[in-house]
Design a protein around this ligand. Structure first.
Ligand SMILES: [Zn+2]
Length: 268
């Protein structure tokens, strides 16, 4: 087994661990952003009359107050996503450092690396033309709209606050796929960006390799990560790129491909 094989095996294992971390991050984000359900329940209780329903005449005011709910959604979402990105960056930097030190005996240069990754991920424009805060805001807006539509119809029907709270929960549960998509995308981008940036600063690797990791998807071969992983752009081998080639940081949304440093010949 060459040192490169050894490193490849460790990075594959790290990618699996990052997948488990992402699953926890999804749960965390859904729970954090879901705090808004409690805020709405309190608001509905304030608006309800003695009979447990809300008068139609109060509908417009209540819907206006949902604006504050959207602000909370954005705040919970922004805080959760920032924490997740930081966690994935830290995870990648720490694990890569331990792995490289173990295999070739050289420590990576990690000073201010986490912050650079966070800055990159927060300001990155996606294929959608949006930055992270726009994506959090648009997700918040969609959830707010879905909840507002439900509340409007429940109030007009004269439903009780108890029913409305239950319906808000259902509406939220139906939208959590959007949160999942956001978390998987951003967490993995932070992970790959951190892997590339740590390789870039290291003397042990001038090149990195992208490994595609999503073979369960029926159209996986159409994914950008698959194409990149099988492209020999520089004549260095399939999937081998410069750590500064930012297209490998985020090949497509929800991409779980990962980055392995390619050891320079003197370290093999
Ligand atoms: Zn992919």
């Amino acid at each position: 087994m060459t040192k490169q094989d050894e490193l490849d095996a460790i990075f594959k294992r790290i990618a699996g661990e990052h997948g488990k971390l992402t699953a926890k991050q999804i749960e965390f984000a859904i729970r954090e952003i879901g705090r808004v359900r409690g805020d709405i329940a309190n608001m509905l209780a304030d608006y309800a009359g003695a009979n447990g329903t809300i008068k139609r005449s109060r509908l417009m005011r209540l819907l206006r107050e949902l604006e504050t709910v959207e602000q909370s959604l954005r705040q919970y979402g922004t805080d959760a996503l920032n924490g997740i990105i930081e966690e994935s960056a830290e995870f990648a930097v720490k694990r890569a450092n331990v792995a490289v030190e173990k295999v070739v005996g050289v420590a990576l240069v990690t000073a201010s690396l986490n912050q650079n990754v966070i800055d990159y991920v927060a300001s990155r424009f996606g294929d959608d033309g949006l930055v992270l805060s726009d994506r959090v805001w648009s997700t918040s807006g969609v959830i707010r709209d879905a909840i507002a539509t439900q509340l409007r119809s429940d109030i007009i029907k004269g439903e009780s606050v108890g029913t409305m709270v239950r319906n808000v929960r259902k509406v939220y549960d139906n939208q959590t796929w959007m949160i999942k998509r956001l978390v998987v995308t951003e967490s993995n981008t932070a992970y790959r960006t951190a892997s590339c940036m740590s390789a870039e600063r290291s003397e042990v690797a001038d090149w990195v390799r992208i490994v595609e990791n999503g073979s369960r998807h029926p159209r996986h071969k159409e994914h950008a990560c698959y194409k990149l992983a099988h492209e020999n752009r520089y004549g260095e081998g399939d999937g081998i790129f410069r750590p500064t080639d930012t297209e490998i940081y985020q090949p497509h949304i929800q991409c779980s491909s990962y980055i392995v440093p390619v050891l320079n010949p003197e370290y093999l």
